[in-house]
Design a protein around this ligand. Structure first.
Ligand code: 13P
Length: 264
């Protein structure tokens, strides 16, 4: 499908898988604690891959305490591009650091759709995240209409270039990309293994072109969109798929734990 596919650098699996649960706007503090304590019980000994939970802001403090000294890492779902100031309702990177947050999801398609976040804004946020030593998880992905019109490659190239604009090679190496086809999010329809591999490989290829090959080899690309225990093994075994960003199935201990276990 992609004209450049014969040039791509298909990655051998030298990157550690990273599986993150994006809880979106779900879970009270009490529910968040229940979930994370269950995850800790179930997955507390997993060393083979990185496990991240991304609760809503209101639960970060308690979840942070619950996972202290564990193998579970904390992520936030968004942050401001500014470090402080008169930005009512916003949260700065430094405030997330107070809760030992390590990762922050940026430019999720829901924020692009409902809050009209642009690639340029996402790039500013990514720079601010790195400024605070947070690792951004930058989300990209095409809509169904764009895929059907054969525009996937073009849309992703624009998103990747513009949402990562201004990052240096070192920062890019510490950035995670989440490829989340909009048509697969919350729909139960997952990209096929062939679609996921082809698209991830294209993104690694793009990173090689924009930055360089050694940077491209370092960057982990998560797949997101209806990841479930039943499809995790196949998706995570693909050469250019380096993890998952899980929505619905991360809200229950059993399904999240099974996704992780099936990915090892
Ligand atoms: P679902 O796993 O519910 O499809 O959501 C994916 C997602 O948006 C993760 O960020």
């Amino acid at each position: 499908m992609f004209e450049n596919s014969d040039l791509n650098l298909t990655m051998d699996k030298e990157r550690k898988l990273i599986i993150a649960g994006n809880w979106k706007m779900n879970k009270t503090v009490a529910e968040a604690l229940d979930l994370v304590n269950g995850i800790k019980r179930d997955l507390g000994n997993v060393k083979e891959l990185d496990i991240v939970v991304c609760p809503p802001f209101t639960a970060l403090g308690e979840v942070s305490k619950a996972i202290l000294k564990s193998n579970i890492r904390l992520g936030a779902q968004n942050m401001s591009e500014h470090n402080f100031g008169a930005y009512t309702g916003e949260i700065a990177a430094g405030m997330l650091k107070e809760f030992s947050v390590r990762y922050v999801i940026l430019g999720h398609s829901e924020r692009r759709q409902y809050q009209k976040e642009s690639d340029a804004l996402v790039a500013k946020k990514a720079l601010a995240a790195h400024g605070a030593s947070l690792k951004p998880i930058v989300c990209v992905g095409e809509t169904l209409g764009e895929r059907e019109a054969g525009k996937t490659e073009k849309v992703l190239e624009t998103q990747v270039r513009d949402s990562l604009a201004g990052l240096n090679k070192e920062q890019m190496g510490e950035t995670i990309i989440a490829y989340e086809p909009v048509w697969a999010i919350g729909t139960g329809t997952t990209a096929t293994a062939a679609q996921a591999q082809e698209t991830h490989s294209f993104i690694h290829f793009l990173l090689g072109k924009i930055f360089d090959e050694s940077v491209a080899r370092r960057v982990r690309i998560q797949y997101g969109g209806s990841v479930k225990p039943s499809n995790a093994r196949e998706l995570m075994s693909l050469p250019d798929v380096d993890g998952a960003l899980v929505g619905g199935a991360s809200l229950e201990e059993r399904s999240f734990a099974d996704i992780v276990k099936n990915s090892i």
